[in-house]
Design a protein around this ligand. Structure first.
Ligand code: ATP
Ligand code: MG
Ligand code: MG
Length: 554
């Protein structure tokens, strides 16, 4: 168990416990609307709520906030469940706000009977024009004084499908002069002749968020309903609705707010992410460039890395932007521990070892993961013709260039010390081949004096006749701007990075030929990579999860 100080939500809970809440009365929920895939912002809310569940040994519900059939789909429900489970959390009960439609309707009828709700038959424009401003009170609707009987009849008619969309709404009768605009007779129900992914055509009136959320919390007996800061002004309404309904012997939920998590160089809004998908800028919700949980998973992020990221940042009371490099730090840190090391060349330059016998091959021992003693060793083939990276050779280099230069020596990882003797260039002057000699006594691990000789540079390499080819997808940030969604005068789509995906052919050591979808590796000196779901036995596809931080430190 990690040692960290309590966050402000935990302080609230601790105080409630001191003031008489039974520990067994604690219950939390994560309440996504199934109108898109979850993103890294949601991961904060998931880690917060499920983290509280673990800390206090309390149940956490997964509640689908499915009150808008126009935007919600079963596909999203399934994706959300998969993502929460993948992050490593177990929910107590799978709940749907739509399961409460009848109860909510009955309560609304109750409010009408108490004179606290009425059917308004004005257009939404008329209602908006009467709302007033934060400093000026609004005007009462001419329908505000309808009789209880008439309201009951109209509301039933709304439910029975007697009216068209927009003909009537049900409003709470609160206070058109309230300083909180949300208290000025908010709409509770609207008519929508749309089938719902769960209730089908049972209903043609749908409850609004504010009427649904607190009541759902109450039905489920959620003790602490945690939401993002934009709901702070909604709290008064949340409480008002509960005031009308809560019975003395049942727990009364509390809404508390924390800051939304924003991540630099990306977008965390399902609506905008949907726009990226629909416009074809990305290949789908799980495109590895997407900040969705499914995109991060496909990219090679691990649940641990996302949880550690969320835990490290914690939660805040004020909106903030977290640098995406912090997320990258956490995935590197985790993959460093678990990813086997392999050699792959992504930008090949042919190297010929002139004093190595033609047609000969030998298999060298290579350590799979120096961070993991149990990972063992594998064999890597060596031969006269190898690939190294283009960037690892220069005809001349200064004293800080520790890679290969003419007349200079480097060690080939797990292999021999070589010396570059000459090179061949094409018509444009580009080096296309390097001729080297090797020291046969210098093989790593052979124990000879030569094998212990210190040379400054170590290069990765792949034997050409043994190399396995693969499509390697190199990703860059999807947006060129650190806060693409925060510009008043510019649409976030203007900041799309046209070079966010580069596809190259990689040459891999043959141990990778049977790599399975999802398998993760460190391509030594290049970064962390995983096998993409597009990969087949005939056509391997790798994603770069993240480069190594100090790619070319040597
Ligand atoms: P979006 O704009 O992406 O649709 P949302 O808040 O409407 O976000 P919901 O499905 O309603 O999406 O969110 C489920 C829960 O996750 C809510 O409690 C919400 O407050 C929380 N959440 C959503 N986005 C973030 C974020 N960026 N940081 C922290 N929590 C978030
Ligand atoms: Mg929401
Ligand atoms: Mg939303």
């Amino acid at each position: 168990e990690e040692v960290r100080s309590l966050n402000f939500i935990e302080h609230i809970i601790e105080e409630d416990l001191r003031n008489g809440y039974a520990p067994t009365s604690l219950r939390f929920r994560f309440p996504p609307e199934p109108n898109g895939y979850l993103h890294v912002g949601h991961a904060s809310s998931i880690c917060l709520n499920f983290g509280l569940g673990l800390r206090y040994n309390a149940p956490v519900n997964l509640r689908f906030d499915d009150t808008n059939p126009a935007k919600e789909e079963k596909e999203y429900v399934e994706a959300i469940k998969e993502d929460v489970a993948w992050l490593g959390y177990e929910w107590d009960t799978e709940c749907y706000a739509s399961d409460y439609f009848q109860q909510l309707y009955d309560w609304a009828v109750e409010l009408i009977k108490q004179g606290k709700a009425y059917v308004d038959s004005q257009s939404s424009e008329e209602m908006a024009s009467q709302k007033g401003t934060p400093t000026e009170p609004g005007k009462n609707s001419p329908f505000r004084s309808r009789s209880v009987e008439e309201n009951l009849k109209l509301f039933e008619g709304m439910k029975n499908g007697d009216f068209k969309e927009g003909e009537h709404v049900l409003r709470a009768k609160i206070d058109m002069a309230s300083s909180n605009m949300l208290m000025r007779d908010p709409v509770m129900y609207r008519i929508l002749h749309k089938p719902h992914h769960r209730t089908n055509t049972d209903w043609c009136i749908y409850p609004m968020y504010d009427w649904t959320h607190g009541e759902s919390d109450y039905i489920e007996q959620v003790s602490h309903s945690l939401c993002t800061l934009e709901f702070l002004p909604h709290r008064e309404l949340y409480d008002w609705f509960l005031d009308q309904l809560v019975s003395k012997n049942r727990l009364r939920p509390k809404q508390r707010e924390f800051a939304r998590r924003n991540l630099s160089h990306t977008i965390v809004s399902k609506r905008k992410l949907l726009q990226l998908v629909e416009s074809g800028v990305v290949a789908g919700w799980d495109d590895p460039r997407m900040p969705t949980i499914s995109g991060l998973r496909r990219r090679g992020y691990t649940p641990e890395s996302i949880r550690n990221f969320a835990e490290t940042i914690g939660i805040a009371k004020r909106d903030n932007v977290v640098d995406v490099s912090l997320l990258e730090f956490h995935v590197r840190e985790h993959l460093n521990k678990i990813a086997p090391r392999v050699m792959a060349v992504l930008n090949p330059l042919k190297l010929v070892i002139t004093n190595y016998e033609e047609g000969k091959e030998e298999w060298l021992e290579a350590e799979n993961n120096p961070e993991d003693d149990s990972a063992g060793y594998r064999q890597v083939p060596f031969s006269r013709e190898l690939y190294i990276e283009q960037d690892d050779f220069r005809e001349e280099g200064n004293r800080k260039f520790f890679r290969l230069k003419l007349d200079g020596e480097v060690r080939l990882k797990n292999g021999y010390i070589i010396k570059a003797e000459s090179c061949t260039k094409d018509a444009d002057g580009k080096v296309i081949e390097v001729q080297c000699t090797y020291d046969p006594k210098s093989r790593s691990g052979s124990g000879t004096e030569e094998s212990l000789k210190k040379v400054k540079g170590t290069l990765h390499w792949v034997s050409i006749p043994h190399a396995v080819t693969a499509e390697v997808r190199l990703y860059d940030r999807l947006f060129t701007d650190p806060t693409p969604g925060a510009h008043k005068d510019k649409d976030f789509m203007e900041f799309i990075n046209p070079d966010s995906l580069e596809k190259v052919t990689g040459y891999l050591e043959p141990s990778l030929k049977d790599a399975q979808v999802g398998d993760q590796f460190q391509f030594q000196r290049m970064g962390y990579f995983n096998v993409d779901k597009d990969s087949t036995k005939e056509h391997l596809v790798f994603n770069r999860t993240v480069p190594l931080r100090d790619t070319w430190a040597k």
